[in-house]
Design a protein around this ligand. Structure first.
Ligand code: AMP
Length: 469
């Protein structure tokens, strides 16, 4: 399995002006995809210059340092924060010098056969400096460039070796490529900006640069981008797709359009479908800010039950999800949220969030609402119960983390202290996103994985045994 997780954000820009500042803007817009580190690499005519650091984009990338990054083509990266992998050595873009020029790679995703490939190439004498699968990508690129002396053939070569999820922006000397794995787990889209082109994880960054969305990079495509045009090298064959449902449910920005589906619109539909599937007699609907907001609006619009903001969120509080122990996580939720008493007191409340993982957030929030005088607290969730780990880049790695893998819905209701608890069904979620079931990765909610993962069920086969025969 992969080393550190890469639920990150990537960008590449080529234009008729110095791109460092535009890359910085794009990274600010996709900051939610990664807060641990940020980096920018620019080709300056002879070499690739890189600035990267730990922390949020504004902290990691000093504006003065960016002034020295002169060049019309570059790539950028924000890295997701997970416990235990905070080394700056893992910050991206990764750069190397090769006999065909300098190379920089920014990667979003998890390479699921990383360990096997690393072992195979270590036996051949390769040395690795980091525990990052992106280093493997860059080394493989070097190997195939030597073999083919042609970037597109070389990228196809690495795509033939890698399993799992990867959306990549790659700079090979002055040539910029955007690549999406054959399943399309993680998003990647192409935009036209004034004087050039951009490839980026989420379309909201194209808006911020006052550009236009051109198209999504389709699963398995290699897209070469110049300041004037772009060229698509299609996937060699037909392949089932596996767009990650969690991008729409939680991860991406509401104003981004992923594979033709606006995130906000999908979340509203989730709320509407939840209203149909799990009705309740309540006085008001309120979101867990900010993650449940659009879902709650959908619920309220579909039912006519008034929508209210019932929690004040401290936007400067630390992230609770990644804290190492339960006590810290619970304390952090109270630091982060506080109920608005006049909204809550004496009311029958429906509270809506996108997902339950361990149950920490909702247990705490339900208790706070009761303390603030709520008469009843009903909970609705915009994803089906999360029961299985993600191997493709979302920080949900082990089964024992998921309350729903060991408890029934009614037991979870009891644990979080709610009067009722309702999750959207898998069918309802598929309807809200608007793709066919087989075009989505639903592994975290149905345990069926789109690609072969040792010890897990492959989604096109019904039993594990079959998979290993
Ligand atoms: P929990 O408190 O463990 O049940 O986690 C659920 C809360 O964390 C919800 O409010 C989600 O919006 C948020 N969440 C879900 N998945 C993730 C993730 N992979 N990383 C960070 N936050 C998440």
């Amino acid at each position: 399995m992969a080393g550190p997780e890469h639920s990150c954000g990537v960008v590449g820009i080529t234009a008729d002006f110095d791109v460092a500042s535009a890359l910085h803007t794009a990274l600010m817009i996709i900051q939610h995809r990664g807060q641990e580190s940020a980096g920018i690499s620019v080709f300056n005519g002879s070499s690739i210059e890189t600035v990267k650091g730990n922390g949020l984009v504004n902290v990691a990338l000093d504006k003065d340092d960016l002034k020295d990054l002169n060049g019309h083509v570059g790539v950028g990266h924000v890295r997701y924060s997970t416990t235990g992998s905070k080394s700056i050595a893992n910050a991206q873009p990764l750069t190397v010098t090769t006999n065909f020029g300098p190379v920089a790679v920014a990667h979003n995703g998890d390479i699921t056969n990383f360990s096997e490939l690393k072992e195979k190439y270590m036996k051949e004498g390769w040395a690795f400096l980091t525990d990052s699968d992106s280093e493997l990508v860059i080394k493989l690129l070097g190997k195939y460039m030597n073999q083919y002396n042609d970037p597109v053939k070389a990228i196809r070569g690495i795509m033939g070796e890698l399993d799992g999820s990867y959306s990549l922006t790659i700079l090979i000397q002055d040539r910029l490529f955007a690549i999406r794995d054959p399943y399309g787990f993680r998003p990647l889209c192409l935009g036209r900006i004034d004087g050039g082109y951009i490839a980026v994880s989420e379309s909201a960054a194209i808006d911020a640069l006052r550009g236009e969305i051109v198209r999504d990079i389709e699963p398995g495509e290699i897209c070469e981008i110049t300041k004037d045009t772009f060229k698509i090298y299609p996937a060699p064959g037909q392949h089932p797709r596996a767009f990650c449902m969690f991008e729409w449910v939680y991860f991406a920005r509401p104003d981004s359009i992923l594979d033709g589906r606006e995130v906000y619109d999908v979340r509203r539909k989730i709320g509407e479908i939840l209203a149909r599937e799990c009705p309740a007699d309540v006085d008001l609907v309120m979101p867990v800010p900010d993650s449940g907001r659009a879902h709650a609006i959908g619920y309220s619009c579909a039912t006519g039950i008034p929508y209210e903001e019932g929690f004040m969120k401290n936007r400067f509080a630390d992230r609770t999800f990644i804290m190492p122990d339960q006590k810290q996580r619970e304390f952090a939720v109270s630091m982060k949220m506080n109920p608005i008493k006049s909204t809550v007191n004496g009311k029958r409340i429906m509270i809506v969030d996108d997902s339950i993982v361990r149950g920490t957030t909702l247990k705490k929030l339900v208790a706070m609402l009761r303390k603030a005088g709520a008469k009843e607290v009903h909970v609705r969730i915009g994803s089906p119960p999360i029961i299985a780990p993600c191997y493709y880049g979302v920080d949900m790695k082990s089964r024992d983390q998921f309350i729903a893998s060991t408890h029934s819905v009614d037991e979870i209701r009891e644990i979080i202290g709610a009067d009722s608890l309702g999750y959207i069904s898998i069918e309802g979620l598929i309807e809200a996103i608007g793709f066919k079931e087989n075009d989505l990765c639903l592994a975290c909610v149905n345990g069926k994985y789109p690609t072969h993962i040792k010890g897990e069920v492959h989604r096109f086969q019904s039993t594990l045994k079959q998979d290993f025969q």
